[in-house]
Ligand binder design. Structure first.
Ligand SMILES: [Zn+2]
Length: 62
């Protein structure tokens, strides 16, 4: 990615001090945001957003 500077648009999480990529900024970190009504379960970050174990990519649904 030479020639691209992202620092100008980068925001930092006030709690963690880590940079938040603008296009990936989650509404509620560490909470599952799957569905129209966010599930809210403890989640980890995937390419598609924050997902709990049940809503993670590839999770089996009955
Ligand atoms: Zn969920």
């Amino acid at each position: 990615m030479q020639g691209r500077r992202m620092s100008a648009d980068l925001e930092y999480d006030p709690d963690t001090g880590r940079p938040i990529p603008p296009v990936l900024r989650p509404p509620v970190p560490y909470e599952c945001s799957a569905g129209a009504t966010p599930c809210g379960a403890p989640a980890r970050f995937f390419a598609c957003g924050w997902r709990c174990r049940d809503h993670a990519p590839g999770a089996q649904t009955d």
